[in-house]
Design a protein around this ligand. Structure first.
Ligand code: NIG
Ligand code: FE
Length: 415
């Protein structure tokens, strides 16, 4: 079964997949083919090229559908390499509390924040969590996301962490999205362990990680290595245990201060270090020449009114950057990667070329799917979206807050 897209005004992020993607390729370059066609078969990109190269020989009677994309742009679907999409309920009261002057950390210290969600989650059945998460997944698919990473971390007991990870597994099995799952038992110290933190860490190391691994429930391991959460020494203990079971780190670092998280992440060859509001020369030097992708979460900094990550300095220093939504009920209740692109341009002074790279190929790398997603090339998944008629790819970040997407195709399926 084939789908043919014709008269595409701009086919964005075309790539030669015989060249292996390496973190650190020039982010200012975006390859765009104008007046193009694209053919996919059974959900895989079979070919693309200039429109005048599309002739009848390429189209046999196996063509399912021809779609005229005149005036429209075609992008590879977004990859969102950092989300907490599986959560029980929204937290509007904390939003109002922050408007009235409380900080995110103060709310957390009073048992709100992550602990609030963890309490609510205990009462949710696996089915209820699955249904709530599936709705969010559908919502972000319509906004152009085709691949995402989802973390546990609102369980904070063995049973509830496993419940979250089983929900993620069901989402993987039933959704047309590409999904990676991350075990984040070290998201916060539960209240009952506050006087004996080490006991909770021992539970993560000796109970949770072995069970997660036994059921093959996670691809990666995460720790919230930040001021008031987990220290670098605690983070090392947890990462070493995860690595022993084949879980590569992908950690939260330097959101609330110079936590040492970047250094720990690099030391353990993390696939990514995420947040990075507090990054200086030392962190940049640590990241240079490594296989660790810096991931910035503009939605969280925007929603919490936090200092912004020095993205321009990182890019100028030669680092690659990926952007993610951080979709979660506390610090970023939005999974809209179009808006993330707008924030990248407006708040971080990234160019549209850089934000497209940061939300597609770099983001794919940051979740370990750069071989199948994140660019338009032969053999990759035909996960893509088609915009309405627009002047060009810079229109996406420009029209902040609008949904310019008319059609989303994931796994050969129209969403
Ligand atoms: O990525 N920073 C840690 N965790 C989440 C927030 C979780 C929450 O507030 O529920 C984040 O921002
Ligand atoms: Fe997060």
């Amino acid at each position: 079964m084939r789908i043919v897209l014709e008269n595409i005004k701009e086919l964005v992020q075309v790539a030669d997949c015989t060249v292996k993607y390496k973190a650190g390729q020039d982010m200012s370059v975006l390859n765009v083919m104008r007046d193009a066609y694209l053919v996919m078969r059974d959900g895989i990109i079979e070919g693309f090229g200039p429109m005048d190269h599309l002739n009848d020989e390429k189209l046999d009677n196996d063509v399912l559908m021809e779609l005229d994309c005149s005036g429209r742009l075609v992008f590879p679907a977004y990859c969102d390499p950092h989300t907490h999409l599986v959560f029980p309920a929204s937290r509007e009261q904390e939003f109002v509390d922050r408007i009235n002057g409380l900080s995110y950390q103060e709310i957390a210290r009073r048992g709100g924040g992550i602990l609030n969600s963890a309490k609510t989650l205990q009462a949710y059945s696996e089915d209820e969590l699955f249904d709530a998460s599936m709705k969010r997944l559908h919502e972000i698919a319509l906004l152009g996301t085709g691949a995402l990473e989802i973390k546990s971390g609102y369980g904070l007991t063995t049973e509830s962490e496993l419940k979250m990870l089983r929900v993620i597994r069901r989402l993987k099995e039933t959704s047309p999205m590409v999904i990676k799952s991350t075990f984040l038992g070290a998201h916060a110290i539960p209240e009952i362990y506050l006087s004996d933190r080490q006991k909770y860490i021992e539970m993560i190391v000796h109970e949770m990680i072995p069970q997660v691994a036994a059921e093959e429930l996670a691809d990666y391991i995460d720790v919230f290595c930040d001021l008031g959460f987990f220290t670098p020494i605690e983070t090392e203990q947890i990462l070493m245990a995860g690595i022993k079971y084949g879980l590569r780190p992908k950690i939260h670092a330097n959101e609330l201060g110079f936590s040492g998280g970047v250094q720990v992440g690099v030391k353990y060859n993390a696939l990514s270090v995420d947040h990075l509001e507090y990054v200086g020369d030392d962190e940049i030097q640590f990241l240079k020449g490594t296989e660790t992708m810096p991931v910035v979460l503009p939605g969280a900094a925007f929603f919490l009114n936090m200092p912004q990550s020095p993205v321009r300095q990182m890019i100028t220093a030669g680092l690659p950057v990926a952007l993610a939504s951080d979709f979660n009920p506390g610090s970023s209740p939005s999974g809209n990667m179009n808006f993330v692109q707008s924030l990248g341009c407006i708040n971080y002074k990234m160019t549209p070329e850089e934000t497209v790279n940061a939300t597609t190929i770099n983001a794919a790398y940051a979740m370990g799917v750069e071989g199948i997603c994140g660019s338009i090339c032969e053999g990759k998944l035909g996960n893509l979206f088609i915009t309405r008629e627009l002047p060009g790819y810079a229109s996406v970040p420009y029209y902040f807050g609008s949904n310019l997407i008319e059609t989303v195709i994931l796994d050969g399926e129209f969403i």
